[in-house]
Design a protein around this ligand. Sequence first.
Ligand code: GLN
Length: 522
Amino acid sequence: MIKQGRSNLTKPIILGIVAFLTIIFTTFNPFSVAQSQSMSLRVGTEPTFPPFEMPSEDGSSLIGFDIDLMKAIGQEVGLDVQFESIPFDGLIPALQSGTLDAVVSGMTITADRAQSITFSSPYFKAGLAIAVQENNDEIKSFDDLQGRKIAVQIGTTGAMEADKIPNAQVISFDSAVLALQELINGKVDAVVNDAPVTLFAVKDAQLRGVKVVGELVTEEFYGIGLPLNSEKVMLVNFGLYEILRNGTYNQIYEKWFAGEPYTLPIIAPSLIGTGSSDFISTALNRGDRQSVFMLLLQRLPQGAIVTLILTACSIFFGLIGGSLVAFGLISHNAILKNALRVYVEFFRGTPMLVQLFIIYFGLPAVFQQIGLQWSLDRFPAAVIALSLNVTAYLAEIIRGGIESIDKGQWEACESLGMSRWETMKEVIMPQAFRRILPPLGNEFITLIKDTSLVAVIGFAELFRQGQLIVASTFQAFEVYIAVALVYLVLTTLSSFGFKWLEQKMNPIAQAKRKSALQKAEA
Ligand code: GLN
């Protein structure tokens, strides 16, 4: 009885608690807040891909076919779409790390990518095209690209196709626009890129001096990318089917392209038979850690050598230039002094990336406008940009070193009948050099790291080699950690080298060593 009575009482109490909790949770439910937040969708895109994604004229927002499409899908299924701009080769890693909920970026559905992310149904039919300079009649098809220099956008299907061409030298850029600029500047024979984008650049954006040959080299379908096995793919697909059915898709298509859209398949042909054709693809155990490791072993040392060569050349020219500028800065010639000051301030006060773009992309364009065919290869361009920058920093370091030597020494030398140049060479510089060694070491280490900037002009140095491996393996964490470790090895070795040099040039330490040796011998 008692038991029964107890259970009689327990039931309403439990029910009461459940009801109370239900009210609390439905009113202040932390999950419902999370749910309403999760209804916003962070969508990544690389916005230099017109007419699919590009900045609006005032630069305040993004516009394009993909942008309209994604907004329409969001509206259809109640997702609040927030766009984020990210480099193309960073989109898949961002989905993997959960920084993004989706990507819409003219991304081709490929079987390889579908092992790392989940794709929506295809939303656009595209393909690759070859662009060449207008006066080039030799390249008409993919076969004519053998042994040629080809510019591509890193991590794209264009880059993957170009890699397959025998003996071709493939140079990768961060955006299709930069690859096309390379073609205009006459530094490559062709650009392999998505046909709609290249055609748009040539026709609508009036890219001068370039024509398209071999249109639609491949057949590709664009899809919206989501994290692997994301359930949101159902929602996105549902939205896509709805806008295809109710005519919104056609309206968006007409807004950005002429003509009728293609009929789209439910599943991209590239995924049929790969096991990735389910809407939620299964994570295939690719077993490719080993191959990533092999790629790292093969490519990073190559990159490290290029990095070291760049650093060594730039520090060599920087030291010569820096010394000359420093002498000028302490000279008595006011005009020279002021001119050099402007130089130093310019190169210290503007980002090296901008200087690199001016030298590599800007100057040849200016020369072409005035009718001169002149361009710089990437190696001299990189060394010039790095050296000009290092010169400005070293000039100040060397000037500081020279000025730190007591003025009395100049007077003493003068009274001994030594010329200004002799005093500088024999007395001042040896002492100043010892003083500038530590900041010089710092500059060297900074320079090793700064060389990674030249990746933007397609230089396959250490960082770019890492990017290229990520673009084909999507193992961002492992690869970038490996790249960081190689930089660390290079900088640590350099800092040991400079410490050794400091010791070697320190007369007191040297004298101690000598007397210790003499004692030992005696
Ligand atoms: N469609 C190409 C690819 O997926 C290029 C996309 C892009 O550059 N945005 O690789």
